[in-house]
Design a protein around this ligand. Structure first.
Ligand code: C5P
Length: 242
């Protein structure tokens, strides 16, 4: 990663393609990528991805695939065919699902002589607490489950994980510095927390080892989204310099 702004991924959590287009228009060049999740993709489909690409941006397709290995591998190939920069699967889908997806996507990219997208795994949804895991028969402490699933994803060939800021250090220790960690739950010191309960500032997340920061409302709800993104990039740059 060359510049700090490349680490910023903006969550396009909006209802319509027009709203997304407006944000992308004001932010392309100021950030590293745009996250398209289940809401926008269910509403607009591949048009949303094409819109970001047409504006010169990169896409993190956040659809969290979790199904039998063949189905996820084929879905992953379709994500790669759209030219996304990164997409994700649930680590709880298991190592066979991840390994088959990684193999299929990399083979396809090689044949097409195109760069393969980064394949990330979601370990434990941060909305899940200890009691929610126990309900599923997972009785270890959440951090242990997260690290176990991160190792499983790495061993199955995934490029990295999506994880909460407070898990970054543990994951980097367990999986190595090259294993990519993408983290949401980021709030500049001056921003509203919204519904994020254990947020870190961009600089804190970077210092903890995050490779990419997913940021939504502090930028998308700002009166001037481009200025908000530039301020975050400046905070990251200052942290890298220190
Ligand atoms: O607006 P905000 O910065 O909170 O948006 C963060 C984005 O990251 C949203 O798209 C949200 O769904 C996603 N996310 C999150 N916390 C997680 C996992 C994903 O906020 N633990």
């Amino acid at each position: 990663m060359s510049a700090a702004h490349e680490k910023i991924i903006i969550a396009l959590d909006v209802e319509t393609l027009e709203q997304a287009r407006e944000l992308v228009g004001s932010l392309t060049g100021a950030v590293g990528a745009f996250k398209i999740g289940k809401q926008l993709f269910t509403r607009c489909g591949p048009d949303a991805v094409a819109m970001v690409h047409a504006a010169g941006g990169r896409v993190f397709l956040d659809l969290k695939y979790h199904d039998i290995p063949t189905t996820v591998a084929l879905a992953g190939c379709e994500a790669a065919r759209m030219g996304v920069f990164m997409f994700n699967v649930h680590a709880l889908g298991g190592s066979a699902m991840i390994a088959q997806t990684v193999k299929a996507v990399r083979t396809m990219a090689k044949e097409a002589q195109a760069p393969a997208p980064l394949i990330l795994a979601v370990t434990v949804l941060t909305s899940m607490a200890q009691a929610d895991l126990a309900e599923l028969g997972l009785h270890d402490p959440v951090e242990q489950v997260v690290v176990r699933l991160a190792r499983l994803a790495r061993d199955a060939g995934a490029d990295g994980v999506v994880a909460s800021p407070r898990e970054i250090r543990l994951i980097k220790e367990a999986c190595g510095p090259e294993f990519v960690v993408v983290t949401p739950g980021i709030r500049p010191a001056t921003a509203d927390l919204n519904d994020q309960k254990r947020a870190m500032t961009p600089a804190e997340a970077l210092a903890a080892g995050a490779d990419y920061l997913v940021i939504g409302r502090p930028v998308t709800h700002a009166p001037d989204p481009a200025a908000a993104a530039r301020a975050i990039a400046a905070e990251l740059e200052a942290c890298r310099a220190c």
